[in-house]
Design a protein around this ligand. Structure first.
Ligand code: DCP
Ligand code: MG
Length: 407
């Protein structure tokens, strides 16, 4: 065994909300809720700590959030902005990490083992990262310093917000969590928790004392759950690599359920336009297209298919439409499309037929689609394309289209 690892887990505090508070001092003391607006349909993406006092949290229905906190400041998310801030943050992290595993826009593991000679030096790095993010970006984050991924993540949550906490040994990890509920272990989600609870396993101590049961319930994964109940976690970081299935997606929740499948064709094109913009900026191709639908009864389905390397809106729309053809046709509240297997080069693993099918008149097909939409909605999408990249404008445009469609 080599020397012990030193891993930092860093997670921005109330990320989207903090960015908005930073940029608008007048809302800093108020509860701030990022997501849909109260009169719209949708959910809370995140909220600041003030709003959390009222019981508001991520993924909560926006109407419920409004009931709990009617005085809250409700704001639509500005993804372009958060992405930019995230890039700045990740750049700082990159300066200190030998390896980085990015988990989200606002969250990463940093392996600093080979960058330091002692825990004291590691502490200094953690402190510097916190100070620099505050000074250079104007935001706070929480950091956990530890010997493993699981313990680092646990540590960063321990003193949130603006926290710092260390868990330096397996023993310290176990002492901290042993009497907590099973989902204090980060790989145990809601479903696994239910399953464990049904089998009378409630705490992490119970996991330790019921190895056979845990293995029987979860198989191979059970071994991992059992190991981490003792703080044993040898997982390496998974650094970003374009070949790792990365994905991008866009979706919209309609203000009223929709059943017009011709209309979905138009919406998929606009969502695809936004995806194309993201792809081009990052010089990426997608090698598969996905479709996500939430029906009126909240049942959500996703379908995906590999496709010849895809980087234009029209191709994305066409692939998504093929997926749309095969689903159950009933009224829906949300539609989304995405690209996965993003890479900088085309992965040439498709058959010759796929390539022949992928003719080159993309521009022509794109223009035809723009013309069709212009005719149908009397809107010049092509000349206003930059505006569509802004989520807010896009959603407004879609609502406008819903009301003004002609067939
Ligand atoms: N997010 C989202 N929908 C969710 C969860 C999160 O859109 N269901 C977005 C909004 C968050 C960002 O991702 O700002 C980061 O997610 P976190 O879980 O880290 O939450 P926060 O950073 O907002 O808060 P915390 O201080 O708890 O980390
Ligand atoms: Mg966060």
């Amino acid at each position: 065994m080599g020397k012990n690892k030193i891993i930092i887990h860093v997670d921005m505090d109330a990320f989207y909300a903090s960015v908005e508070m930073r940029d608008n001092p007048s809302i800093r003391k108020k509860p701030v809720i990022i997501g849909s607006l109260p009169h719209e349909r949708g959910v809370v993406a995140t909220c600041n700590y003030e709003a959390r006092k009222y019981g508001v949290h991520s993924a909560m229905n926006i109407k419920e959030a409004y009931k709990l906190c009617p005085k809250g400041v409700f704001i639509h998310p500005n993804y372009e902005k958060y992405k930019k801030v995230s890039n700045q943050i990740h750049k700082i992290w990159d300066e200190y990490a030998i390896e980085k595993e990015a988990i989200a826009l606002d969250e990463a593991y940093l392996d600093i083992t080979d960058n330091v000679e002692s825990i004291d030096e590691a502490r200094k790095i953690a402190k510097t990262i916190k100070e620099r993010i505050l000074k250079e970006i104007g935001l706070t984050c929480s950091i956990g310093l530890s010997y493993s991924k699981i313990a680092a993540k646990t540590a960063s949550e321990e003193k949130k917000p603006n926290g710092y906490f260390e868990i330096l040994t397996k023993e310290d990890f176990v002492n901290l969590v042993i009497d907590r509920e099973v989902d204090a272990l980060h790989t145990v989600g809601k479903k696994s928790k239910e399953k464990l609870n049904e089998n009378k396993i409630f705490t992490i101590r119970d996991i330790q004392n019921n190895k056979e049961k845990v293995l029987k319930l979860f198989g191979k994964r059970g071994e991992f759950i059992y190991d981490i109940s003792y703080g044993i976690d040898d997982r390496e970081l998974k650094p970003y690599n374009p070949e790792n299935a990365q994905s991008l997606s866009r979706e919209v929740t309609f203000q009223k359920d929709e059943n017009d499948y011709e209309f979905f064709k138009d919406i998929l094109f606009l969502l695809a336009i936004c995806l194309e913009n993201q792809l081009k900026k990052r010089k990426l191709h997608g090698n598969g297209v996905s479709l996500k639908i939430t029906y009126s009864d909240m049942k959500t389905i996703t379908r995906q298919k590999l496709s010849a390397s895809c980087d234009s809106a029209i191709e994305i729309q066409e692939e998504a439409l093929k997926l749309l053809e095969d689903i159950e046709k009933r009224s829906i509240r949300l539609i989304g499309t995405g690209l996965y297997q993003l890479s900088t080069q085309e992965i040439k693993q498709l058959s010759i037929d796929d390539y022949l099918e992928k003719d080159n008149n993309i521009e022509e097909r794109t223009n035809r689609e723009f013309e069709r939409l212009k005719e149908k909605y009397k809107l010049d999408f092509k000349s206003n394309i930059e505006k569509l990249y802004q989520t807010d404008t896009l959603f407004k445009t879609i609502e406008y289209m819903r009301k003004h469609r002609s067939n």
